[in-house]
Design a binder for this molecule. Structure first.
Ligand code: DX5
Ligand code: ZN
Length: 215
């Protein structure tokens, strides 16, 4: 499976988002973190900001919903140009309904898992999603330290589902990219390890080179 790099806009300079989005055009998709201050202790941006930025990139827009009512956002996200939406299994009482709604709107559904949530929580949902997002930090903030147990979780998930796109989000960098890819991750979400470097093209290329060592 091809390894994809997804810069997370959360680590960008919010005072110049248009230029920040344009700076990561070499990547494979743009990861957009939506927060409600309840599911996670932080706020970020919502569909109007995404709609304004959509014209500044050709990248696929990948929305990661860290909100207690993700259902309130799907239609606006679709109108904003988002093509992939992941919802947290911890936030959804009716996960099947959420995933079906996302798909019915023509977007690709994914399920996200917090570090302490066991894989068994999404076992049933695997046949309804296009990808799984393994959180390797507690969601809410960029720049946190990678939780090492995430590697084993990815390995176990890869065994259960050999063809699934497995995305990993949190503390991803050139040091752990090799091991993540070896463990079975196919999409690397990277916030600070892209946006904290002035040369984004080089940062993305360094991550790709690290992944190749693990492939
Ligand atoms: C955290 C977000 C991540 C975050 C990753 O809640 O879901 O996407 O931006 O940032 P880094 O790569 O800096 O850990
Ligand atoms: Zn994220």
């Amino acid at each position: 499976m091809r390894i994809r790099i997804a810069p997370s806009l959360l680590s960008a300079d919010f005072s110049r988002l248009d230029r920040e989005v344009e700076s990561v055009g070499e990547a494979d998709m743009l990861h957009l973190d939506l927060m409600d201050g309840v599911f996670v202790p932080n706020l970020s941006f919502g569909p109007p900001v995404i709609a304004s930025l959509a014209g500044h990139t050709d990248l696929e827009l990948d929305a990661h919903l860290m909100t207690t009512r993700p259902d309130l956002l799907y239609e606006d996200l679709q109108r904003a140009g988002v093509s992939r939406v992941s919802v947290h299994c911890e936030a959804c009482l009716h996960l099947h309904r959420e995933l079906m709604t996302i798909r019915s709107l023509g977007m690709s559904p994914g399920v996200a898992l917090n570090p302490a949530t066991p894989l068994s929580a999404i076992e049933e949902a695997l046949s309804w999603v296009d990808f799984v997002l393994i959180m390797s930090v507690n969601p809410g903030f960029g720049g946190q330290k990678f939780i090492p147990e995430s590697l084993d979780k990815i390995r176990r998930l890869r065994k259960i589902t050999p063809e699934m796109e497995i995305a990993v989000d949190g503390g991803v960098n050139t040091e752990n990219a090799v091991e993540l890819v070896r463990s079975g991750a196919t999409t690397l979400v990277a916030g600070s390890s892209v946006f904290s470097y002035p040369d984004r093209r080089a940062a993305i290329s360094d991550l790709r080179d690290s992944c190749l060592k693990g492939a």
